[in-house]
Design a protein around this ligand. Structure first.
Ligand code: ADP
Ligand code: ADP
Ligand code: MG
Length: 577
């Protein structure tokens, strides 16, 4: 391998470009129209246009990516995470084009990408599992029967799901049908396949996962474990390694199961085997993520293993650099710095980042995908950077994390940093043993969160980078921004949305939308009597369905029609007394 194409964007594309430089490979970036000039195109040695402005016409488009690979004479492709990183079709197409795919074989991706098949493999090697159905559900009736036999709560999950989408928790029998239908619809919209399965829902679990690397010949080594219980909408926000308070026995059980699953498929590359850990130590296999994980740096911090370098070695057939699970040294946290407003239900906050200053000093790693002046693009993920902090012990890493978070300066967009700071003051998170679990943020912390203040854009003249595209190749020129202002006038408009907390509503009757998107379904008729906590509507935003519950008892009258578009905080309905 000499020339590696990175089929991704943002921080992970930057991370991989750096690894290429460290190992002496040339890196080739690709970009969507909005990402023209973004950090990953600047860090890579070369950058090529994909000529699309949606995920589907850029980072998800296998043909366009292969076309760039051919034109740029790439001899290997690293897919990063998300997008097509777990696509068997992509892995196969890359290898058929005579290019090295830095990841598992298409066969492995097929087996493990289907969570139902993955569950079967886990069962074969004796991995811990909660009761569930080992095939896709035929209809809502089957889901109902399972819940009746094994009891509530249950989880209905998309077989091809990912990123926390396509998962519905059912706590009442009358919700089974709606949950099955909604999970199926969401799965079709997000993944193009609607198959769902069902398993027992574990209440208040911790999310524990094991990092594996495999050489494709049957040698698999576990590179330690992580705790990723700090989630919202089933997506991780803070992760750490090693998983605290696990105990030798439980740790061994999780490591052994991960190794056995990897060995069973002769795993090639880096992967993650995820588990849930119930309060009574009940453990259940969740899924295998057949790619580099967002949170891989915490493992690198405590083991010294560079997982991207390891992926390169494996792809070149040079085997693994580690023979046995390394003993972790110290403790590391990762904070995903998302451009989201935690006080508004973690609503994405796209826009121009006018200032971004990362932290530094001992034990701090700042993996960013943007710099000052870059944009948070609405079409893509809201994560702008990852703060990774190392300490001699968990306590030391916690103290250092407070310091590092305080050093970060961001202006122009809201971020989750105020939320991170609150978490670091919370006993449930800082105590030993930890008392946090996967729903802890939503159940216990969210109601306390204030809305993030938003600053206005500053417009002092400065030299700005501008990029032009010549023959599909990016070229940089620099111009004073007041010259550009006339051309790019929309970018200069000051944003001054007054932060409004949903918890201080002046119109008590208004049932407000937590998202911008559409009102997908009204679950009750106009004029119906509803009681507080009753599901009344389903909203859809960024391909995710959110159930809206009545905020009080009363008579409901609709303000927005079915399929009508909605803005965040807009009244969907009024509930009169
Ligand atoms: P991790 O387990 O590494 O934390 P996540 O489940 O949070 O991974 O997903 C990693 C990234 O990939 C996120 O940005 C998420 O939005 C994205 N992602 C995950 N699955 C998919 C998918 N099937 N299609 C598109 N993006 C996905
Ligand atoms: P994804 O592919 O979206 O990452 P996972 O199967 O890994 O899907 O589940 C994501 C998260 O959803 C888990 O970390 C956990 O918080 C929650 N979850 C999934 N299945 C269950 C379950 N059976 N019981 C409790 N929580 C679950
Ligand atoms: Mg997962």
């Amino acid at each position: 391998m000499q020339r590696i194409l990175i089929a991704n964007r943002g921080e992970i594309a930057v991370r991989i470009a750096r690894a290429c430089a460290d190992a002496g490979y040339q890196s080739i970036a690709v970009y969507s129209d909005q990402d023209f000039g973004s950090m990953h195109t600047r860090v890579a040695d070369e950058a090529y246009a994909l000529n699309g402005d949606t995920a589907a016409t850029s980072y998800l488009d296998i043909e366009r990516i292969l076309d760039v690979a051919e034109r740029s004479k790439a001899d290997a492709i690293h897919p990063g995470y998300g997008f097509i990183s777990e696509s068997a079709d992509f892995s196969r197409a890359v290898e058929e084009a005579g290019i090295t795919f830095i990841g598992p074989t298409a066969d492995t991706l097929e087996q493990l990408g289907d969570k139902v098949t993955a569950r079967k493999i886990a069962a074969t090697v004796g991995a811990p599992l909660v009761p569930g159905i080992d095939r896709p559900l035929k209809d809502a009736r089957e889901a109902y029967d399972f819940a009746a036999e094994f009891g509530l709560p249950v989880a209905i999950k998309a077989a091809f799901g990912g990123g926390g989408r396509g998962l519905k928790i059912v706590r009442r029998m009358e919700e089974v049908v709606e949950a099955f239908e909604s999970a199926t619809r969401e799965a079709v919209a997000a993944f193009g396949r609607g198959e769902c399965y069902i398993e027992k829902f574990i209440d208040r679990p911790r999310h524990i996962e094991a990092q594996i690397i495999g050489d494709g010949q049957g040698n698999v080594v576990v590179i330690g474990d992580r705790d990723c219980s700090m989630q919202r909408r089933n997506q991780k926000l803070i992760e750490e390694a090693p998983a605290p308070d696990l105990g030798a026995e439980l740790r061994k059980r999780i490591h052994d199961a991960a190794k056995d699953i990897g060995t069973a498929v002769k795993y090639r590359g880096a992967g993650t085997v995820e588990f849930l850990l119930g309060e009574d130590s009940q453990t259940s296999f969740l899924e295998v993520n057949t790619r580099l994980q967002v949170e891989h740096p915490v493992t690198e911090m405590v083991t010294g293993v560079d997982l991207v370098a390891e992926q390169f070695r494996i792809a070149e057939g040079r085997g693994l650099s580690v023979a046995d699970t390394p003993e972790p040294d110290g403790h590391a946290f990762e904070f995903r710095i998302n451009a989201e407003d935690p006080g508004r239900g973690f609503l994405p906050s796209p826009g121009k980042i006018t200032t971004l200053q990362g932290p530094g000093g001992p034990g701090v790693r700042w993996d960013a995908g943007v710099q000052s002046g870059d944009h948070v693009v609405e079409a893509f993920d809201s994560m702008i950077a990852k703060l990774v902090v190392f300490g001699d012990s968990r306590q030391h890493a916690l103290t250092r994390s407070r310091r590092a978070l305080a050093e970060i300066e961001v202006e122009g967009v809201a971020t989750v940093i105020p939320f991170d700071k609150m978490v670091l003051e919370h006993k449930a998170f800082t105590a030993s043993p930890v008392q946090t679990y996967t729903q802890w943020i939503e159940e216990e912390l969210l109601p306390e969160l204030p809305s993030a203040p938003r600053s206005n854009l500053v417009s002092e003249p400065q030299l700005e980078r501008v990029y032009v595209e010549i023959d599909g190749r990016r070229v940089e020129i620099r111009l004073p921004d007041n010259v550009l202002a006339g051309v790019l006038s929309t970018d200069r408009v000051a944003i001054s949305t007054p932060p409004q907390s949903p918890y201080e509503d002046t119109d008590k009757a208004a049932l407000r939308s937590p998202v911008s998107g559409s009102l997908a379904r009204q679950l009750v008729t106009d004029g119906a009597r509803v009681s507080k906590g009753e599901p009344v509507a389903v909203c859809e935003a960024m391909k995710t369905e959110t159930t809206i519950y009545a905020h009080k008892d009363g008579t409901l009258s609709w303000v927005i029609e079915e399929n009508g578009s909605i803005k965040v905080d807009e009244a969907l309905a009024k509930i009169g007394d």
